[in-house]
Design a protein around this ligand. Structure first.
Ligand code: NDP
Ligand code: 2IT
Length: 445
């Protein structure tokens, strides 16, 4: 297999899907050598079967807004690969959603889920509907309309959706309610459900906490203590806020957060009270991060991401894809940043990744660092199957050991001469090998 040939062929066949091609390119260029050590993979044209999703559903979602106007959005579910378990992955509601973005996310999810040690294949879904600025009733009507199509394609052993950008506990609840009505069944077909109806404790916290646990594993390889380290976070949603919460518990200083309109800079680090304000601002009032800057009179960079403005030891991008580019990476490095652990999926551009790897800093790609979310989703599925619920301590302990295991797999496959761990290569090769072996064993299907 020549990675460039496969990528060029995919570019020709899917010309309008830059995010998908970007994600594929990053993986293929790092697994090429390992793949070519297995001539049987090439005989089975494994690579093409792994890059192209098993199937894609796309549909129109029509719903009525509060003014009585009929709105039409697009809905999608990408079932990418189920070699090691049922399709599994979140649903994203954001105005930017299109097939390319969901294909990149479903592709990434396949490798991420493989790393978790649990039995989950890869999938992703979503809509170009944006919950921002919509009333509760509008969000409910949209979720219900979306589910009247999606329900027939998912199931507890077929495909299990969850949250992502724009989809939190509220949206999952509404979608699950309609799913239950359509199927006449109460099964664990969604994860991230409310605690009262099968949701796992620690699932809301899991992605952010998991990212911090992964970071601790990376820092331990260098004997670095997290205490008093300055951490820049982007985003102020689910992943960003729980990342901040765990960091504060550990004595680190969170110096920035952001949303799509701008970022705040608090050089001395957020207090617990200030973080609590951000939780409320985002989850209850559904406000903007600018309002934090007004309330606490701190620096606010309108329309800007944090990276050019903050001095930090560690960066944890936790908003969206391609939110940290080559210039941002160079500025972070020049300002002394020595670790980057990605809460978002593909937040660093290829140029930024190159800068981090060349500088040989600790750099964890999202598919390893943010795998805690889907891991606890896997634990939620296990609890639902058993019709039991585990304590927060039990789930958190399992999350910590899964993140340590993912770190170990990255080390095994990514350690270079001289001891530098290339986590990009490690995560890609480890994730790939498990899926590849399962696909080989199951024949050409
Ligand atoms: P939320 O919707 O809770 O929060 C998203 C945050 O990112 C908000 O602050 C949002 O700002 C900001 N954001 C979204 N889109 C953009 C954009 N185009 N430009 C700038 N800022 C943006 O989502 P999550 O916290 O769940 O997800 C964040 C990232 O983490 C995503 O990449 C997601 O795929 C990834 N992830 C999520 C997991 C989960 O369990 N939820 C698991 C693993 C990864 P605004 O309010 O202005 O839109
Ligand atoms: O990107 C991700 O891993 C998620 N949005 C979580 C997926 C899940 O099924 O919990």
């Amino acid at each position: 297999m020549k990675a460039t040939d496969v990528i060029n062929d995919l570019k020709r066949r899917f010309p309008n899907e830059p995010e998908y091609i970007q994600a594929v390119e990053e993986v293929l260029t790092t697994i090429e050598d390992t793949y070519n050590e297995h001539p049987e993979f090439e005989r089975y044209n494994l690579i093409e079967r792994l890059c192209i999703p098993d199937r894609i559903y796309s549909f129109r979602v029509s719903w009525v807004d509060d003014k009585g106007k009929v709105q039409n959005n697009m809905g999608y579910r990408i079932q990418h690969n189920n070699a090691i378990g049922p399709y599994k992955g979140g649903i994203r509601f954001h105005s930017s959603v299109n097939q390319s973005i969901l294909k990149f996310l479903a592709f990434e999810q396949t490798f991420k889920n493989s790393l978790t040690t649990l039995a989950m294949g890869g999938g992703k879904g979503g809509s170009d509907f944006s919950p921002r600025g919509k009333s509760d009733m509008e969000v409910m009507r949209f979720c219900q309309a979306f589910m009247t199509e999606l329900w027939r394609h998912i199931g507890p052993d077929t495909d299990v959706p969850a949250g992502d950008i724009g989809v939190g506990g509220r949206e999952v609840g509404y979608m699950y309610g309609m799913y239950k009505k359509m199927t006449h069944e109460f099964t664990g077909t969604f994860t991230g459900k409310g605690r009262e109806f099968g949701g796992s404790l620690v699932r809301p916290e899991a992605t952010g906490y998991g990212n911090v646990y992964f970071l601790l594993n990376m820092l331990a390889t260098k004997g670095i203590d997290i205490k008093d380290k300055k951490v820049a976070i982007s985003g102020s949603g689910n992943v960003a806020t729980y990342t901040a919460k765990k960091l504060l518990q550990l004595g680190a200083k969170v110096v920035s957060m952001s949303d799509s309109n701008g970022s705040i800079y608090v050089p001395e680090g957020l207090s617990e009270e200030q973080l609590e304000y951000i939780f409320k601002l985002k989850n209850i009032y559904r406000g903007r991060i600018r309002e934090f800057a007004e309330e606490y009179d701190c620096q606010y960079f309108d329309g800007e991401r944090p990276w050019q403005h903050v001095k930090c030891d560690i960066a944890m991008p936790s908003a969206t894809q391609n939110e940290l580019d080559g210039d941002d990476a160079r500025t972070l490095l020049a300002n002394g940043c020595f670790a980057v652990s990605e809460g978002a999926n593909m937040p660093s551009t290829p140029e930024a990744i190159k800068e981090f790897l060349n500088a040989k800093i600790l750099y964890a790609p999202g598919k390893a660092a943010n795998a805690g979310g889907v891991s606890v989703s896997g634990l939620e599925m296990a609890q639902n199957s058993q019709k039991l619920s585990w304590s927060a301590e039990e789930v958190d302990a399992k999350l910590q050991s899964i993140m340590a295991e993912i770190h170990q797999q990255c080390k095994i496959y990514g350690e270079e001469e001289g001891g530098y761990i290339n986590y990009v290569k490690g995560a890609n090769v480890a994730g790939f090998m498990k899926v590849a072996k399962a696909m080989m064993a199951q024949g050409i299907v």
